[in-house]
Structure formats: C-alpha cells, structure tokens
Design a protein around this ligand. Structure first.
Ligand code: DQA
Length: 142
C-alpha cells in the first residue's frame, strides 16, 4: 500500500502564510506528522508539493500503476483547475481532498471545488488532522 500526498501552491509557506487561517506549523511539520503516522501504520507514503499546475498534473499521471491512494490539497487550484480534475479522473486512483481551512465559510470564490467532483471524500476545516483522516480513509484496515 502506497499513498501519495500532494500539496499545491503556497502550502510550502505554511507557518509564514496567514497563520490566523492556516496555523503556525510549517510544511515540514506537516510532512513529519504524516510520515510518523504512516510509519505507525506500516504504510508507505510519498510527498509532493508544487506551485505549478502542470507539474501537479505530471505527478498525478506518474502515479498511475504505482500509487494506491492520493491525498490532495490542491490549494488555489481547487477552485480553478480542470486540468487537475482531469488528471485525477485519468489515473482513476482513489482520492481524498483536504483543506486546512473551512473553505465553505470563506469567500465566494472558494465555494466551488473542481477536485471534489472526483474525490471520494472532501475534508475541510480540520487543520493538519484532516490529512490524517484522509490518509486513514484511503488505507482502510491497513
Ligand atoms: C486551502 C484553501 C484554498 O482556498 C486556498 O487557496 C489554499 C489553501 C486550504 O487548505 O484551506 O491555498 O486549500
């Protein structure tokens, strides 16, 4: 069992970026937290962060045939990217969408998510714990 955790633009700035919304913990803290959870469960995990839409599409395509589940926070691309939606549809890998903040309680332009059209589940507003919930959802009894 291998899970890929994808984070989109500006999530490399966690800890610096709008800490009142996204918290004070860093991207490295996030990766370390998920990695130790994965180690405890004995599940393999890989991480990918990019600020570039096409690179995220490339990483999703490269997951075909070798990744069993995708946890994705597409960040701003959530609300704009048909390309990321199509890539997830193309590979057919079970996907759970995560947002650190409660996007449903934020600006109008954050209300729609393309990725939610393909994700089996969308988790919002649970901070970093949302990634753990997503991971466990994809692992099932593993
Ligand atoms: C986000 C919410 C998005 O609207 C925003 O553009 C982000 C982060 C979240 O994790 O809450 O960059 O995906």
């Amino acid at each position: 069992m291998k899970i890929l955790v994808i984070n989109g633009p500006n999530l490399n700035m966690l800890g610096i970026r709008e800490p009142d919304i996204y918290g004070k913990n860093t991207y490295k803290n996030l990766v370390d937290m998920i990695q130790s959870h994965a180690d405890e469960k004995g599940v393999e995990v890989e991480f990918y962060q990019s600020n570039h839409e096409g690179d995220i599409v490339d990483r999703i395509q490269a997951a075909y045939g070798n990744i069993d589940g995708i946890v994705i926070n597409p960040a701003a691309y959530t609300h704009t990217s048909v390309a990321i939606l199509d890539a997830l549809k193309a590979v057919g890998i079970p996907t759970v969408e995560v947002h650190i903040s409660a996007i449903e309680d934020r600006e109008e332009f954050r209300q729609f998510s393309y990725v939610s059209l393909v994700a089996k589940k969308t988790i919002t507003g649970k901070g970093f714990n949302g990634y753990i919930e997503a991971f466990d959802d994809l692992c099932g009894n593993n």
